[in-house]
Design a protein around this ligand. Structure first.
Ligand code: SAH
Length: 266
């Protein structure tokens, strides 16, 4: 009989102790109809217990840690549990239709989790996640803020993001070094962007690679020295810096870049 899982640092294990916070996170999904739900990293099941009680949640949990899996099988035998790595799973094998994602995420891979969500954005209508406060802020920030970055733009293109609440490090065992926060993302109405979406991702990544530089410099690998017509309205956006651009601006910028791609890029 296992009484506790030994926290493993390399798996980002910080177990939430505060049950009222766990319940609040689980309730933040606000399910009103029966919905498939995927929990990433249930650990010892602190969120899981509330999700199992939600009559609208058809829950599956994916956990990489064998010791946690043994623990969960013992205490939550009714849970549909998959042992494995969320980042490597073929999610289409789990669900035929849409599913929501929830978790107190392992912070060491939280960005990778969000890139994965983007891969499945048309199947994932809602995400509720706890992550490092600073990353949560970045994802939810509008353009113009210092921390606005690649994931803010890519996620905000397809999701409306709410910063729900901050969580203190003292409510975890062992406590993480940083504060945490819970965010909720809901898929917005955008079916597709009005530009080449793969190029959009490259433009956003290339621009933020050198976030202090004007776009005319940082985008040189894509468009070369394309600033001949200075003062031209269409070119004006190149004077800007990436952190000031909204999703719509990046769409316009991508349209511009696609017209001026240097030959080796085409
Ligand atoms: N939800 C629990 C545990 C959070 S700690 C709680 O709130 O207390 C993060 C959990 O994610 C750990 O249980 C860890 O083993 C698991 N995990 C880490 N990497 C993972 C991965 N790639 N796929 C699935 N689970 C993972």
């Amino acid at each position: 009989m296992i009484t506790q899982v030994r926290a493993k640092k390399h798996l980002g294990q910080h177990f939430l102790k505060d049950l009222s916070i766990a319940r609040r996170i689980a309730e933040s999904l606000e399910l009103t109809v029966p919905t498939d739900v995927l929990e990433i990293g249930p650990g010892m099941g602190v969120l899981t217990q509330y999700l199992l009680k939600d009559p609208n949640a058809r829950l599956t949990a994916v956990e990489i840690d064998h010791e946690s899996v043994d623990y969960l099988r013992e205490y939550y035998p009714e849970l549909h549990l998959v042992e494995g790595d969320f980042l490597r799973m073929r999610l289409e094998d789990l669900y035929g239709g849409p599913f929501c994602v929830i978790g107190n995420f392992p912070y060491n891979i939280s960005s990778q989790i969000f890139f994965r969500v983007l891969d499945y954005k048309d199947r994932i209508p809602c995400v509720v996640g706890m992550l490092q406060k600073e990353v949560a802020e970045r994802l939810a920030e509008p353009p113009g803020s210092k921390t606005y970055g690649i994931l803010s733009v890519l996620l905000q293109a397809y999701y409306d993001i709410d910063y729900l609440f901050t969580v203190d490090e003292t409510v975890f065992a062992p406590p993480p070094k940083v504060k945490s926060a819970v965010i909720r993302m809901r898929r917005n109405g955008r079916v597709s962007l009005d530009c080449d979406e793969r190029l959009f991702v490259r433009v956003v990544k290339t621009a933020f690679n050198q976030r202090r530089k004007q776009l005319r410099n940082s985008l040189r690998p894509l468009i070369g020295k394309c600033d001949v017509a200075d003062g031209n309205e269409e070119n004006k956006i190149l004077d800007d810096r990436p952190e000031r651009l909204s999703v719509e601006d990046f769409v316009r910028l991508t349209q511009f870049v696609s017209k001026h791609l240097v030959t080796s890029e085409q």
